[in-house]
Design a protein around this ligand. Structure first.
Ligand code: IMP
Length: 197
């Protein structure tokens, strides 16, 4: 089965490719010639995932999935949340976003946070949603060089490495994205005969 993954984020695409069974092949936005950004104007992570998947289906008429993710920090009332990519401004700079989080948490004792992913899958006219959450802690300083976004300051529960200190397989053992993606894979395996699609 071929499915379009509606993202331009290569890190996200590589993480998901790492866990997909060989019967599911991912097509990228590049493969369909889409260069413009897909609108993401919702106030929620779920709303953005739905907006992206509907945009692709309406314009290209192909089955696809999209995901939206964010970091929710308890003592910042769930910020940056849906604004994770633009927390420090529309220039979307991971480094600036991290600096802002660390600054806002400076006087806070509670550094608990969660990453959340919602995947929206559109098959024909039906939409299916899958959520993945990972709880963890925001560190005082960056650790590790891998990954993207807030990976270097997030350490998942029951682990002693940040996401940025892990390779993709290790991150996929814990991550919000792999939890949501694994739910989607189980769904596809149960409901669709992958060898005939
Ligand atoms: P979007 O889902 O592409 O709108 O972006 C969400 C933003 O959340 C990213 O730009 C990152 O800053 C952050 N984010 C989402 N998932 C992850 C992750 O797995 N690691 C680190 N940061 C992430």
């Amino acid at each position: 089965m071929k499915l379009l993954f509606a993202t331009k984020n290569l890190n996200k695409a590589n993480e998901i490719k790492d866990i997909l069974p060989k019967q599911i092949q991912i097509i990228t936005l590049k493969d369909i010639g889409l260069e413009e950004d897909i609108p993401e104007t919702s106030k929620t992570i779920r709303g953005n995932a739905l907006q992206k998947v509907n945009f692709i289906k309406n314009h290209f008429k192909i089955n696809c999935f999209a995901e939206d993710s964010g970091l929710e920090i308890d003592s910042l009332n769930g910020e940056p949340g849906v604004d994770s990519a633009i927390y420090a401004g529309k220039h979307r700079d991971d480094n600036d976003n991290i600096n802002l989080v660390l600054k806002k948490l400076k006087s806070k004792a509670n550094r608990k946070a969660q990453f959340k992913t919602i995947i929206a899958l559109k098959i024909n006219e039906n939409i299916f949603e899958f959520e993945g959450v990972v709880n963890g802690t925001i560190l005082l300083n960056r650790r590790g060089k891998n990954g993207f976004g807030y990976d270097s300051i997030f350490e998942p529960e029951n682990c002693c490495k940040t996401f940025a200190e892990m390779n993709i397989h290790e991150k996929n053992y814990y991550s919000h994205r792999s939890k949501a993606a694994n739910k989607m894979i189980t769904f596809l395996e149960k409901t669709i005969n992958l060898s005939n699609t």
